[in-house]
Design a protein around this ligand. Structure first.
Ligand code: C2E
Ligand code: MG
Ligand code: MG
Ligand code: MG
Length: 292
């Protein structure tokens, strides 16, 4: 009898695994169609300078509305796109769309706005990536500093020499790098020196505990100081409260991003924030004598 139960359990797991694999295959097939039909869109989340509250940039975040399932999170479909190689086409689409939008906003008088595009490590395995980026920049006339690329620590970890030289070739085109979700991976400080990173983005899981959780608060302080001593700027992600804003300003964090400042919105919605321009009240400059 127990043998029978074991067998049933095995069958149960096998069936489970099978349906998992099937669901993934289905998602992959749906993604392929979505790519052909260009069924993705980008939302834009504002990034402000911490002290002034001035809108200086935005992160482009991909969105997909599945015909039957409705919105599917990029956290679910990006990994499938990476495994299947579809990320090459999806990433190219996102880059081009962000560049097109950047051109439009630049022409509309927002020349200083810096758009950040997320890129997968899989894209950096393609020898043609620097050429592609160069073509897109030229096609839309994006000048130096107009676009940034966000990559995660894991991209640097697996970083070969060819990937490093690709990164540098793209950097030479005038594109800066932000290291995304910083603190969640296993990267060491040596990566920050070796690769041409400009900005470190503190993962929102650490910002979430600030200022009350002492471990998170100390970690965030350490990351900001370390980044600054390496000549890098720092963006805090996931800023949701006024207390976090005050705390991050106190530590000298350079840029802030999060729901408190603004949620990711479709381009038309983001334009409202562009008009507003200052999305947070400026920091109170304390009289000097109080700092002594
Ligand atoms: P990410 O690059 O770290 O993007 C930040 C994520 O945090 C976004 O989730 C954003 O909506 C969310 N977020 C921002 N502020 C807050 C906040 O205050 N509170 C909370 N709880 N969440 C906040 P989203 O849009 O679901 O994207 C998830 C991830 O998917 C991104 O993380 C990025 O790794 C990936 N992704 C998005 N678009 C692309 C893309 O075009 N290409 C690639 N390769 N990956 C992408
Ligand atoms: Mg990002
Ligand atoms: Mg991030
Ligand atoms: Mg993240």
């Amino acid at each position: 009898k127990s043998k029978q139960a074991g067998k049933n359990r095995f069958q149960f797991y096998a069936r489970d695994m099978q349906s998992d694999a099937l669901a993934r295959l289905q998602l992959e097939a749906d993604l392929r169609i979505a790519l052909e039909r260009q069924a993705f869109s980008l939302h834009y989340q504002p990034i402000v300078e911490a002290d002034s509250g001035e809108l200086v940039g935005a992160e482009a975040l991909i969105r997909w509305i599945h015909p039957e399932r409705g919105p599917v999170s990029p956290l679910e479909f990006i990994p499938v796109a990476e495994d299947s190689g579809l990320i090459i086409g999806i990433g190219e689409w996102a880059l081009r769309e962000a560049a097109r939008q950047s051109r439009q906003w630049r022409d509309g008088g927002h020349a200083a706005l810096r758009l950040a595009v997320n890129m997968s490590g899989v894209q950096f395995r393609e020898a043609g990536l620097p050429d592609l980026v160069g073509e897109v920049l030229a096609e839309f006339g994006i000048d130096r500093g107009g676009l940034m690329v966000e990559i995660t620590e894991s991209v640097l970890m697996g970083g070969s020499e060819s990937m490093e030289s690709r990164m540098r070739a793209i950097k030479a085109l005038g594109i800066g790098y932000a290291l995304d979700d910083f603190g969640t991976g296993f990267s060491s400080l040596s990566y920050l020196k070796r690769f041409p990173v400009d900005v470190v983005k503190i993962d929102r899981s650490f910002v979430a505990g600030c200022p009350d959780d002492r471990n998170d608060a100390h970690l965030v302080e350490a990351i900001i100081n370390m980044a600054h001593s390496l000549g890098l700027q720092v963006t805090a992600e996931g800023v949701e409260t006024a207390e976090q804003v005050a705390f991050l300003r106190e530590l000298g964090c350079d840029f802030l991003q999060g729901y408190l400042i603004g949620k990711p919105l479709p381009a038309e919605g983001f334009e409202g924030m562009l008009e507003q321009h200052f999305l947070l009240p400026a920091a109170h400059k304390r009289p000097r004598w109080r700092n002594r």
